[in-house]
Design a protein around this ligand. Structure first.
Ligand code: NAP
Ligand code: COA
Length: 250
């Protein structure tokens, strides 16, 4: 998709080293942005940055765990020193697995909430001073679990519901700065770690697709195109929204 231009804008993607978030990072790279991807694995962020550079972007891969505010702060400072104020902030780092609540240990629950919800808070709060004012677009990557009660997903449901409420509250607080804050809630997206974990067999995948009115899995491009739209002038009156990209599955 090249009809949106983000030429020389600074796009920072937390959890941007693989899957849906890397797809978003690549879409912004193709649209001319300078792109930073941050995640835990130094190897993954280096590989992702190389893929972004191969698309013609200036790119930076930074290793940090979103559960560690000092590490997130250091990464944001490095990104800011290289590319200046952040025009688009995507918070997508997450972890998930299937576990019945009765068997889930306190640390299992805490781990997912710490990565998805508390980690998103660290990224957004620490990035705030570096966001372009006015004009920045903040996008949290949510999931249908944020609104749909889902078996064996009590940890992810709680975390993503919290993220959606954080989106709405920060849209209120940061509106006066000219910062828009939205969530994208992807449905089942093909060839991603999330789907490999939640629908690990061919049968489970088929069942997942059968619940989608458009009768196909989404692609990482489907999600990335919504991120481009939300960060463009065309969406300049859209904030505090939780936007499904799910083929109608919600
Ligand atoms: P993925 O490829 O595993 O993406 C997760 C990313 O987060 C990776 O880059 C991972 O890299 C990073 N990450 C994990 N823990 C982290 C931590 N503690 N600190 C920093 N980075 C961390 O999975 P995906 O399926 O594409 O999911 C991406 C996003 O989409 C998630 O927010 C997920 O909830 C959401 N989503 C996915 C689907 C789907 O169908 N796949 C549907 C709805 C929502 P490292 O391992 O290097 O840290
Ligand atoms: N079922 C039940 N509990 C599980 C589990 C599973 N499949 N996987 C991990 N846990 C529990 C662990 O047992 C541990 O709890 P304990 O100390 O009581 O035993 C706790 O969760 C933390 O596990 P650990 O492996 O130490 O966490 P981590 O911080 O190294 O990794 C995860 C985080 C568990 C979320 C890991 O799966 C991950 O890194 N995921 C990122 C990729 C991903 O999930 N992609 C999809 C995006 S939605």
């Amino acid at each position: 998709m090249s009809s949106f231009s983000f030429r020389h804008q600074h796009v920072f993607v937390s959890g941007g080293s693989s899957g849906i978030n890397l797809g978003i990072a690549k879409a912004f790279a193709r649209a001319g942005a300078h792109v930073v991807v941050m995640s835990r694995s130094a190897d993954k962020v280096a590989q992702a940055a190389a893929e972004l550079e191969a698309l013609g972007a200036q790119a930076l891969g930074l290793s940090a765990d979103v559960r560690d505010p000092a590490a997130v702060q250091a990464a944001l400072e490095q990104a800011h020193a290289r590319f200046g104020p952040i025009d688009v902030l995507v918070s997508g780092a997450a972890g998930n697995f299937i576990a019945p609540a009765k068997d889930l240990s306190p640390n299992g629950f805490k781990t997912v909430v710490d990565i998805d919800l508390n980690g998103s808070f660290h990224v957004l709060r620490l990035a705030y001073p570096m966001l372009r004012k006015p004009g920045a677009s903040v996008i949290n990557i949510s999931a249908p679990q944020g609104v749909n009660p889902t078996m064996y997903q009590v940890h992810a449901c709680a975390a993503k519901a919290g993220i959606d409420m954080m989106t709405k509250v920060l849209a209120l607080e940061w509106g006066e700065d000219g910062i828009r804050v939205n969530s994208i809630s992807p449905g089942p997206i093909g060839d991603t770690e999330g789907m490999r974990r939640l629908a690990p067999t061919a049968d489970a995948l088929e069942r997942a697709v059968s619940t989608v009115p458009l009768l196909r899995m989404g692609s990482t491009d489907d999600v990335a195109h919504m991120a481009l739209f939300l960060s463009s002038e065309l969406a300049s009156y859209v904030t505090g929204a939780i936007i499904p990209v799910d083929g109608g599955a919600a």
